[in-house]
Design a protein around this ligand. Structure first.
Ligand code: SF4
Ligand code: FES
Length: 482
């Protein structure tokens, strides 16, 4: 491995490593706008300039790579980089001055305030004054369809959004038009971002407040939000996300890129806007037995009295929930898996499976058998299984599977449904228990690629609503064995 020096600190890195990334490994964050690890480098913003010994001009660290070591001297220092020279400081201040020439000082009403790279870098590297004596260029804000709003006054022309629509989502809706101070990012005539199922990512990519989300715009100041690391239940792979929340309400889902994992940078709009269904409204539902509120003891006694029990676990819940739910089955072969949602593969690089049941693998590893519900129906009809416990979320079950589950519940002497909110299927069960949503608990999944992904509790569950392991702990001790 070649050795390089960064501000006189020696380190060994793989040849071909970007200088910007090498600096990061020694804790030096190089300011940048146009660079993004998932996009082709274009080196247009010039914010990442560094001094490289022996080079006559400053170099862009987002496109300069570490050369290989000479064969006869593998230990040789191949590059000496300086990020703290007066020339670098001057260059950064100059770039900031250019970028701010036309940028409005509207931070108090800008959605990006608090997470804006222009604000941060202006504070760290810019000047407190402006020499701009001319009138600033002005545009009115425009809708790029129903989901995205653009304020071109704030755009710094980094082209991240344009490259995203060309290189990642593929629709190429965005383009750069005109030249010089008239340069503007816009859509091709007649195109909007509405047909792009990944459109929301351009808002995350925009380092300033030029591209904003219609859904989030003007709703919440970001410094009031707390962020919990979680995963997207509405993706095939359980994409890592941040749950941004405040006062026990979720305000947005954002991608949570994992270091060195390019495929975790983007989420689909379906995943992004799914946060709405995890905000509770009204009173929390209470345990029910035969349609009326009942204490847990009554449900436990009814389950105990019923006899041999089978469980059906939908593979969209966590592994802890699966493990505990499995304890309710009278024997390991009475654990059945459910859930049949599929997610079309639009970007094969970012979604390696069309299976929308993201923890199918985690449930299978805990002896839940998928595709065997017909077998369970037969056992229930023959009286070999008397009780059925169902862990269910209606959003991941097709009409056909719902019908089959309905038949199983109807044929069982006793049935218990565990759901976040009562569905029509849950209401058909003999008993019903309210469980925490994934945003109200900590657990983990094993995705289709075999990766373990954890998620953490973001919201406080209402009183009386408990996790699956908590309910099962009180129900399990009393069950019959097959
Ligand atoms: S709109 Fe944002 S992401 Fe697009 S070029 Fe302008 S600053 Fe960059
Ligand atoms: S980040 Fe390197 S030139 Fe823009």
């Amino acid at each position: 491995m070649p050795t390089i020096k960064i501000n006189d600190v020696e380190l060994s890195v793989n040849p071909g490593t970007l200088v910007l990334d090498a600096c990061r490994t020694v804790g030096i964050d190089i300011p940048h706008y146009c660079y993004h690890p998932a996009l082709t480098p274009v080196a247009t913003c010039r914010m990442c300039l560094v001094d490289i010994k022996g080079q006559p001009k400053l170099a862009t660290s987002c496109t300069t790579t570490v050369p290989p070591a000479p064969k006869d001297n593998p230990e040789a220092v191949v590059m000496e980089v300086y990020t703290n020279t007066p020339a670098v400081a001057d260059a950064r201040a100059g770039v900031m001055e250019f970028l701010l020439i036309n940028h409005p000082l509207d931070c108090p009403i800008c959605d990006q305030a608090g997470e804006c790279k222009l604000q941060d870098y202006s504070y760290s590297y810019g000047s407190g004054d402006s020499r701009m004596g001319e009138v600033k260029r002005r545009y009115r804000y425009e809708d790029l369809g129903a989901k995205i709003v653009i304020d071109k006054n704030r755009c710094i022309h980094c082209t991240r959004c344009v490259r995203f629509t060309r290189e990642i989502s593929g629709g190429g809706e965005l383009t750069v038009a005109s030249r010089g101070s008239h340069l503007e990012v816009t859509t091709f005539t007649g195109k909007s971002m509405d047909q792009n199922p990944y459109a929301g990512n351009v808002v995350d990519l925009c380092p300033v407040g030029a591209l904003t989300s219609r859904d989030f715009r003007f709703k919440k100041r970001v410094w009031y939000l707390k962020s919990a690391p979680s995963i997207s239940r509405h993706s095939a792979l359980g994409n890592p996300i941040w749950i941004d929340h405040e006062a026990n309400q979720i305000h947005r889902f954002r991608p949570r890129p994992l270091e060195g994992k390019e495929t975790t940078h983007f989420i689909s709009d379906e995943e992004r806007y799914a946060y709405k269904r995890y905000n509770r409204e009204g009173q929390a539902p209470a345990p029910l037995l035969l349609g009326t509120a009942a204490p847990l003891e009554a449900i436990r006694e009814a389950l105990q009295a019923a006899g041999v029990a089978a469980v059906i676990g939908q593979g969209t819940f966590g592994c802890d929930a699966a493990q505990r739910l499995g304890d309710l089955a009278s024997s390991p072969d009475l654990r059945y898996g459910s859930g049949d949602k599929t997610i079309p593969v639009l970007l094969p690089k970012y979604q390696t499976s069309a299976d929308g049941i993201l923890n199918r693998r985690g449930f299978s590893e805990r002896s839940f058998r998928f595709g065997a519900l017909e077998e369970l129906l037969g056992k229930v009809q023959r009286g070999e299984v008397k009780a059925v416990v169902l862990l269910h979320d209606a959003a991941f079950t097709s009409e056909k599977e719902t019908e089959l589950l309905g038949q199983i519940l109807k044929a069982a002497a006793f049935s218990l449904a565990l759901e976040v909110e009562p569905s029509a299927l849950g209401q058909a069960a003999t008993a019903w228990l309210p469980i925490t949503s994934f945003a109200e608990e900590s657990d983990f999944i094993i995705n289709h690629d075999g990766e373990l992904r954890r998620y953490q509790k973001a919201l406080q569950a209402p009183k009386g609503v408990r996790s699956v392991p908590a309910w099962v702990k009180d129900l399990a001790a009393v069950l019959a064995t097959a």
